[in-house]
Structures are given as C-alpha cells and as structure tokens.
Design a protein around this ligand. Structure first.
Ligand SMILES: *Cc1c(COP(=O)(O)O)cnc(C)c1O
Length: 375
C-alpha cells in the first residue's frame, strides 16, 4: 500500500506531546514501577517504531504489542528493551520468542505443553501468565488452573521463564467501580495461591493507572493516554492534562458555488437551501475517516464547517462560509485558531471510541513527525 505523498492529506504526530504524556505519568507513578508503552496496531496509528523511540526517550522501560510481527519489527529496528505480546501467539513460534527475548501472554497450561517441544536453545520463553478476572478474553479462570500451570513452569524451567503475571480490567474507565472491585478481588485471590511473585506483576492499562492508583503491581501497560487521548472518552476527567499527539489535516482541492436546489454526494442526500460555497477534500472512508460522519464538521480558518452529503471513499464535501481558495488548510482532527476537534469528538460523533478512530486511519495517509529531535 502506497502512502499518498502527492496528496495534501496528512497526519501530524507530535513527538513532544507523546514525551510529555509519558513524563506526566512517570511523575505520578511509584518510582519502583516500570512503564511499558503499548504500541500495538502501529502505535494506535501513530507509527510503531517512531512512537517506540519517543517513549524510550521519555522513560518508558518496555513495550507491549498485540502480535508477534509487531514485536519482531521492534527488534529489527534495534530496540533491546523488554517486549510483551499481549495476545496469544501460536505455540509453534516458541523458539522464535525465546531467541528474540520476546515475552508472551499465556492463558492456559495447554499452551505451555504445546510450546515446550519447540523450545530447544539456551534461552527460555519468557512467560506472563494472564489471569481472567472478568474480562472474559484470555487467561486462567481459577486458582486450580493457575496452580497446574505454575507446577508445569517449575518442572520445565529449561523451556520457560516465569517472568510475569497480569490481569486486565473491563471497566476501569467507568464511573461505577463495582465490577472493577469484583475483578480486583478475584485478582487478589489468584495472588494468594502464588508461592512467589515473578519479576513483573501488572494490572493497569491507562484507565486503571489514571483512576485506580490504589492498584497492585510494579508495571503499567500504558496505551491510549500516551497518545494524549482520554480512555473514558468524555466520561471522566484525567488527573493531568493529556496532550493529543495526532492531528489530521487536508486542503481544499476544489470549491464551487452550489446553486440553490442542487445536491451533493451519493444518494443526493444533501440539497442546498440557498446558493452556497462547497469545498471538496481529498480524504474519505478508505482513509479511515468514517462514512457515518456526514453532518459532523471540520475546521477551516478557525471556523466549523459541516460535512455535507455522503462521505465518499476518497473525498468528502463541506459547506464553507464563503469562497476559500483551493489549497486552504482544513483540520479534521486538531486545532485551528481557537477551535479544536479532538479524537474523542470524532469518536463520539461516530458512536465509537477514540482508539478505533486513531488506529483506523489508513497507511494511505502519510505520518509526519513534529519535534522529532528531543529538545
Ligand atoms: C491494549 C491493551 C492495553 C492498553 O490499554 P489502554 O487503554 O490503551 O491503555 C493494556 N493491556 C492490555 C491487555 C491490552 O490489550
């Protein structure tokens, strides 16, 4: 897939914003704890290797990714820090994990048994046992299952290194903390059967770290907040101001005076009630700008302009307050004058979460890095 480098639609990623978000979190954290930056899904759309560099400069001591390929990309780029894969990796890749010193989430003893025959070198596979305390995704369901796996690890220490244990909360970003407390109590029950704590004990994603500081553990898996987005959307306010790292901008590539009664876009769903100026932008749903955002707005010259007509695959149309010249900058996410559109605003309008919008921007939009050199 080629990035559209000959088109004026770009994503700007502010390295300094990422560094500052990390600094702010580190300043709040227990000094003995590690911060692993979650850089899965191409760093939530911001660029895997670039983000890994910025967070390392800012004090992150490790990384979390979702799949083996992301971990390998970091190793290939020269990152030697600990990397934890949060998803299930097929047991047949166990030797590759071991060689590359990539840690992996393990949710069953069955996985260990299947992986063991593949591990034949000097290095063991670094294992983080996943505890399912209520997320219902991956992990051990009860203490007996956990004990079986712990026994297996002990008798197979040539193949495996028990490096970590963790859980994941399903509702840490909500005002009601009842389910959170239930999960925490289940986690503590698991910890009671653990004869000895491994190197890493971790329970916190961004939301847990921001709003449930009381929590256990000596490492946090810090994701969405490092990119400057509020994990709760608009539900809870953050203990410090997060700086959004991503801005999405484009330019008017065509403008016209649309006569009263003429329509715009597929389905002719928008009809001008009077003569009005319409601008066209070279970005559409193929770029990850959701089609359902018809009726939402963008910013031109510090003013809000409605998206009119259906969003097309590669273009969309907006209503302008007056004629603007082709080449005028348009902000889809970010600041323009006094106005700002946050990723959370876009997400709310699209009935989803900022995560999905950010990681959904296509490789077709080039990422441009600001403040890459640490000041
Ligand atoms: C993605 C993920 C995270 C990061 O969550 P944020 O809400 O982005 O901080 C942490 N832990 C696990 C297990 C994850 O899958």
């Amino acid at each position: 897939m080629n990035a559209g480098t000959h088109r004026p639609t770009i994503i700007e990623v502010d390295a300094q914003a990422i560094r500052e978000n990390i600094h702010q979190e580190l300043a709040r954290m227990d000094r003995k704890s590690d911060l692993f930056a979650v850089v899965k899904a191409d760093g939530y759309g911001h660029g895997l290797v670039q983000v890994a560099k910025f967070v390392s400069e800012a004090g992150a001591t490790g990384f979390c990714v979702a799949i083996l390929d992301e971990a390998l990309e970091l190793r290939t780029a020269g990152f030697t820090q600990p990397i934890l894969i949060l998803g299930i990796v097929e047991p047949k890749y166990a030797q590759l994990l071991a060689e590359q010193k990539i840690s992996v989430a393990v949710g069953s003893c069955d996985w260990l048994k299947k992986a063991a025959p593949f591990v034949h070198g000097d290095e063991p596979v670094r294992v983080h046992l996943a505890l399912d305390t209520g997320m219902g995704r991956i992990g051990f369901q009860d203490q007996d299952e956990l004990k079986t796996a712990l026994d297996y690890l002990q008798t197979h220490s040539d193949q495996f290194l028990f490096e970590g244990i963790f859980t994941h909360f399903a509702t840490a970003d909500e005002t009601d903390d009842q389910y959170f407390k239930l999960q925490l109590s289940r986690f503590n029950a698991f910890m009671d059967v653990l004869p000895q704590r491994p190197r890493y004990v971790h329970v916190a994603n961004s939301a847990t770290s921001l709003w449930h500081k009381v929590c256990e553990g000596n490492m946090i898996r810090f994701g969405i907040a490092l990119y400057g987005m509020n994990p709760s959307g608009k539900a809870l306010s953050t203990p410090y101001k997060l700086k959004p790292a991503m801005a999405v901008t484009s330019e008017l590539v065509f403008t016209k005076l649309l006569k009263k009664g003429r329509s715009v876009g597929y389905g002719a769903t928008y009809t001008a009630q009077q003569d009005e100026w319409i601008g066209t932008l070279p970005i559409g749903y193929a770029d990850g700008y959701p089609r359902c955002l018809q009726g939402f707005h963008v910013l031109v010259d510090g003013q809000s302009c409605e998206i009119v007509g259906r969003i097309c695959m590669d273009q969309l149309m907006i209503r302008l307050p007056h004629d603007y010249t082709v080449g005028t900058k348009v902000v889809l996410v970010g600041k323009s004058g006094e106005q700002e559109i946050k990723m959370e605003d876009v997400a709310e309008a699209a009935h989803t979460i900022s995560y999905e919008i950010a990681c959904g921007f296509a490789p077709r939009i080039p990422r441009i890095y600001l403040h890459e050199e640490k000041s």
